[in-house]
Structures are given as structure tokens and as C-alpha cells.
Ligand binder design. Sequence first.
Ligand SMILES: [Zn+2]
Length: 242
Amino acid sequence: MSGDRTEPPPRTGPVLGIYAHPDDAEISAGGTMAKWVAAGREVHLLVLTNGDRGSSDRSQDRAALAATRLVETKAAASVLGLASARSLGIPDGELANTQDVRETVIRRIREVRPETVVSVDPTAWFFENRYYNHSDHRTAGEIALDAVYPGSGNPHYFSEHLDQGLDVSEVHDVWLGWTNEANHLEDISGYFENKIAALAKHESQLAEGIRFFEEFLAKEAVELGEKIGASHAEDFRVLDLS
Ligand SMILES: [Zn+2]
């Protein structure tokens, strides 16, 4: 959206992605994350669950799937050029916005000190009466927002972190994908290919093959891109907290 005088200057500082499942970041924001990496930003990923229910095969061993998905997460992060990719290992489908989870996420924010947090919109329940959002996705968005404020910037939240050498950390903007209230389209021309290449690393999820993602996500990204004269775009609800 260049040329828009109200557009703030691009951010250059670190980024932390906070998502529920191993492939959520790539599906929702893989192009944008690759673009930020190319612009020199340090981009970190925190996946909250282990994705161990991501299979319809009833003979699938869940612990084995969790192990596979962690390897896939790291491989996909490497394709995108991420600075780190970690998993909290919470069982898939059981994510809850608890004091313990918030403590871990706030600790990670205070370690990475992101200027930008990218996650998903917790208020998005229904998409065009066609499907509704996974509980883990909504909860991940809630956890991300609650960790940013009130949380990481306030010394009275988990003050033990300060005793351990960490300091409070203020996040300047939050980007929420999978939203019904997008206010920003990010031009990912030239980075859509990175998004698909990263997704291809999530082999355990490709029962229908990578073509499903190539076609479904390409259609979506092309349609969003057309709105801003770009070949591909991703949409977000961007909150400017600075
Ligand atoms: Zn997911």
C-alpha cells in the first residue's frame, strides 16, 4: 500500500510469532514472515501445542506424530529463515489460556524483545458460515494478546523474570491473521513461493498433497493481492500499540 501517506514507516526490529499448531504460522503469515526476514528482521516462532492430533489415521501414535511435527516445524522455519522455532509441547486440542502458559509466553517475549508480535485474531469464530475457527487458534490469539498487554511490559507480572536477569519488554504492534476484520493487506509478491516451500516441509499434514495448499492458498493470496495491485497478499488486523 505504498503511496498511502498514512502508512507508518516499516518496522525493523525483532518479531515473535505465537501460534497454536506447527503449520499455522506458514498458512496464516508465511509470506509476510519470509518478507520480514529478507528485510533483515530477526523473526522467532513459538508454537504452543505439539500438533499430536493432526491426523485422521486411528493407528497413528500421537507421541510419534508430535516428534515428527517438531522436526517439520524446524525444517519449515529454516526455509523461512527464522532465527528460532520452539514448541511448548502442549497437547493438541487442549490449549488453555492459563497462568502457566502466559508465564512461558511472557518469558519468551522478554527474551526475544519483539517490536512486533504476529498471531491470529481470537475474535474470529465464523468464516462465511462455511466453517468455524479451531479452539486452539482462538486461544492462541488470546494468549498472545494477554501476554503482550497486560503482561510483558509490566514488572508486576511474573516479577521473578526480572530477578533472573530479564527485563520488561514493550511490543509496538500486533498483527493478527485469520481475521474477519482485516485492516491491512501485506504485499507478499515474490514471497508466496517461500510460504509454499515452508509448508511443504509439514509432510505429515499433506495427505492431499502440497497441491491442496498451492491451489487453495494461492487463490486466496491472489484475490487479496488484486485489491492492492500485487500478485499475492496476506491479510491482517494490525494493532498499533506504540
Ligand atoms: Zn492450526
